[in-house]
Ligand binder design. Structure first.
Ligand SMILES: [Zn+2]
Length: 347
């Protein structure tokens, strides 16, 4: 009887020490998603800082899918993914367009299970395509993908995580549709895709006081489990309000994954109908810059933290036992042996 009790005690302690390690690590991951690093990516994408660290300096004027600068942006994003130690590829789905840029962190125990964090990096300007800062739409999402890659690449996960910057979104999700179609044709087991597209401006320009200062997350029937994970992780790791919408017509790159049967969710400042209806007056305008006074950077970094925590949770942190836990287990095991020996000598 005593032997059974001691065994149970040891198992409970091992479980507790493992759970402690994992919980601490997800919180640690979220803490590393910082505003200064996020802003540093946004400054390059919106043309404030040079894509090259030394002379000759080069500044992005736009990231129009069918232009020249998008190829410069693609090279820069790929360079960042490389610097994080990810396996990178350029997906030239159509030579007329800038490529999709992919960075992969291969899973340790179930590498065929794939989770994706994605965002389109191309811009659209209603006037002409030569100048488009595209800050909210969608340097905000591209920056989220970059900082998630920077932080998560410092850890190992059970499943594979892919970080993807999509092109051609503004021409009706051309890049992500090509990507999801190819993934389905290859039989890839994409278990969840999280898409970021515009989340700097949670308030409405045309309503004061704003009644709905929250993040809006779109999902559809096949993505309910993913939505539940997002709801849990946002409530655990962020301070912002999140509203979920089951809307298969909320179009951005997550919509492309829905078309091919994959579970996906889109993270936005407002629903697509609200954005198209004028909730952000800088949408597709030259005023979509980092200096826009309506943009809420504290809100934005919380939005990025929630998705990063969700991704870490879904992919499963690969827990390497810490020396302290090993020592604890060793002490407990030797204690157990002493108890067993005494017990046996009595019998
Ligand atoms: Zn967009």
């Amino acid at each position: 009887m005593r032997r059974r009790l001691v065994c149970i005690a040891v198992l409970v302690l091992i479980a507790l020490s493992t759970a402690e390690t994992q919980a601490t690590s997800v919180a640690e991951i979220v803490d590393q998603v910082t505003l200064p690093e996020y802003l540093s990516y946004m400054r390059v994408l919106t043309g404030i800082d040079s894509v090259t660290p030394t002379k000759p300096f080069q500044y992005l004027e736009n990231r129009y899918s069918l232009g020249d600068d998008i190829h410069v942006a693609a090279q820069w994003i790929q360079g960042k993914f490389d610097s994080f130690g990810l396996d990178t590829t350029l997906d030239t789905f159509d030579p007329n367009y800038g490529p999709n840029v992919i960075g992969e962190l291969r899973g340790r125990t179930r590498p065929d299970d794939i989770y994706i964090i994605g965002a389109h990096y191309d811009t659209y300007h209603a006037g002409d395509q030569l100048h488009a800062p595209g800050c909210d739409d969608n340097a905000s999402g591209t920056g989220a993908v970059l900082i998630a890659g920077s932080v998560l690449s410092q850890y190992e996960f059970d499943a594979t995580i892919r970080f993807v910057a999509f092109s051609g979104e503004e021409q009706w999700m051309v890049g992500s549709l090509a990507y999801a179609a190819a993934a389905q044709a290859a039989g890839e087991n994409i278990r969840g895709m999280i898409n970021y597209d515009m989340f700097l401006h949670p308030s409405f320009d045309n309503v004061d006081p704003d009644p709905d200062y929250d993040l809006d997350i779109a999902y559809e029937d096949n993505s309910q489990l993913l939505a539940q994970v997002l709801a849990t992780q946002f409530s655990l790791h962020t301070s912002i309000d999140v509203e979920f919408h089951n809307d298969p017509n909320d179009v951005s790159d997550q919509w492309s994954f829905w078309q091919y049967g994959y579970s996906a969710a889109g993270i936005f400042e407002n629903t697509v109908n609200e954005i198209w209806g004028g909730s952000n007056d800088a949408y597709h305008q030259l005023t979509d810059t980092m200096g826009n006074p309506d943009y809420d950077w504290d809100f934005a970094i919380e939005a990025v933290r929630g998705g990063t925590a969700s991704l870490a949770s879904l992919a499963g942190l690969y827990v390497i036992p810490e020396p302290a836990s090993i020592a604890l287990v060793g002490t407990l095991m030797s204690g157990l042996l002493i108890v067993l020996r005494r017990h046996r000598s009595k019998v």
